[in-house]
Design a protein around this ligand. Structure first.
Ligand code: PBG
Length: 333
C-alpha cells in the first residue's frame, strides 16, 4: 500500500514509535502464535530415536517415541503434526506398494498417536517417494513419471491413511488432477469431512536435500523431479496451480519451500484469500540450525524471526521442524 501521508522529516520521525517496548508492541502489525505451527516428524521401524545427520537435533522416532512427541506438542498447544516415514531399501519397490499397505509404518503411527492424543491434528503426506525404489513421487515407466496411473495409487494411499485416523490429507506429489481425484475417492468412501491441504505450489528445490536423507530417499532417487515439481523461475504458474487445486476441492493450500519463496506466499494469499501455509523445509531448517550450532546466529531470535517472515508474507501457518522450540519460546517457557 502506498503511504499517502506525505510525511516528512523532521516533523515525522518514525523512531518515535519504536522508542519503548510498549509502543513497539502497540504498532506491531503481525503476530506469531503457537496456533500457527505444524510440526513435521519422521518415524522409523526401529526402536528408540536415531539422529538424522543432515538435520541437527532432529531424530527419527519409533512409534512410542512419536506418541511421546505428540503428547509434548499437544501440551504446548501445537495444533497439528505431519508424519513422514523413513523407508530402508527393503521397504521400497518399483511401484511403491508399501504406500497402500494399511498396516504400513505411517498408518500404525497415525493410529497410535490418535489413540493417545485424539485432539491433535494429524496430517499425512500423499506421494510415493518414501516407498519407491527409484525415489520418485509417482510411478515410473521408461523414464516418464505417469500422471493418471499414479493418481489411482494416491487415492488408495489417502484412503488407508484416513482409515488409520489421519485428519488432513496432504498430496505432495504434484501430479495434475490428484486433488479432485482424491476428494472424489474420499467422498465416495464417506470421508466427506477429511480436510485436504494441497502442496499446491511446490518447487523442484535443492532445499529438500536433508529431508531425502531423513526418509532414506537420497541414494534411491534417480534423476530429478523437474517434470512434476515447479521451476523456481516461475510465479504465474503457482497461481494456476493453486487455482486448480482449489477448484478440485483443496481446503488449504501450501507453498514450498518457504523462505526462498515468500513472494509466492504473499501472491497466493493476496490473490485467493484462502487458508495458505508455508513449509520451512529441511534445507532451510538445517541452514539455520547449523548456524545456531556453530554460534553464528542467536538461536531464539533467528527461530522467531524466520517464522514471523511467513506471517508477514500472509501465511496462516507454517510447517516447521522448529515447532517445539518456537512453541516454548512463544509460551515463554
Ligand atoms: C515428498 C516430500 C518432500 C518433502 C515433503 N514431501 C521431498 C521431495 O519432494 O523431494 C520435503 C520436505 C522437506 O524438505 O522438509 N513428496
Amino acid at each position: 500500500m502506498t503511504n499517502r501521508s506525505n510525511a516528512q522529516y523532521p516533523t515525522t520521525r518514525l523512531r518515535r514509535n519504536r522508542r519503548t517496548d510498549w509502543s513497539r508492541r502497540l504498532i506491531s502489525e503481525n503476530q506469531l502464535s503457537v496456533d500457527d505451527l505444524i510440526w513435521p516428524i519422521f518415524v522409523h521401524e526401529a526402536d528408540g530415536i536415531e539422529p538424522i545427520s543432515t538435520m541437527p537435533k532432529v531424530n527419527r522416532l519409533s512409534i512410542p517415541e512419536a506418541v511421546k512427541a505428540a503428547k509434548e506438542a499437544y501440551a504446548l498447544g501445537i495444533p497439528a503434526m505431519a508424519l513422514f516415514p523413513y523407508s530402508p531399501a527393503e521397504k521400497r519397490d518399483e511401484m511403491g506398494s508399501e504406500a497402500i499397505n494399511p498396516d504400513n509404518l505411517v498408518c500404525r503411527a497415525v493410529a497410535a498417536i490418535k489413540e493417545a492424543v485424539p485432539d491433535i491434528g494429524i496430517m499425512c503426506d500423499v506421494a510415493l517417494d518414501p516407498y519407491t525404489s527409484h525415489g520418485h513421487d509417482g510411478l515410473l515407466e521408461n523414464g516418464t513419471i505417469l500422471n493418471d496411473a499414479t493418481i489411482e495409487v494416491l487415492i488408495e494411499q489417502s484412503l488407508r491413511q484416513v482409515e488409520a485416523g489421519c485428519d488432513i490429507i496432504a498430496p505432495s506429489d504434484m501430479m495434475d488432477g490428484r486433488i479432485g481425484a482424491i476428494r472424489g475417492g474420499l467422498d465416495k468412501a464417506g470421508h466427506t469431512d477429511t480436510q485436504i491441504m494441497a502442496y499446491a505450489a511446490k518447487y523442484a528445490s535443492a532445499f529438500y536435500g536433508p529431508f531425502r536423507d531423513a526418509i532414506g530417499s537420497t541414494s534411491a532417487l534417480k534423476g530429478d523431479k523437474r517434470t512434476y515439481q515447479m521451476d523456481p523461475a516461475n510465479t504465474d504458474e503457482a497461481i494456476r496451480e493453486v487455482a486448480l487445486d482449489l477448484a478440485e476441492g483443496a481446503d488449504m493450500v501450501m507453498v514450498k519451500p518457504g523462505m526462498p519463496y515468500l513472494d509466492i506466499v504473499a501472491r497466493v494469499k493476496n490473490h485467493f484469500h484462502v487458508p495458505t501455509y508455508a513449509y520451512q523445509v529441511s534445507g532451510e531448517y538445517s541452514m539455520i540450525a547449523g548456524a545456531i550450532e556453530n554460534g553464528w546466529m542467536d538461536r531464539d531470535r533467528v527461530i522467531i524471526e524466520s517464522l514471523m517472515a511467513f506471517k508477514r508474507a500472509g501465511a496462516d501457518g507454517v510447517l516447521t521442524y522448529f515447532a517445539i522450540d518456537a512453541a516454548r519460546l512463544l509460551n515463554n517457557e
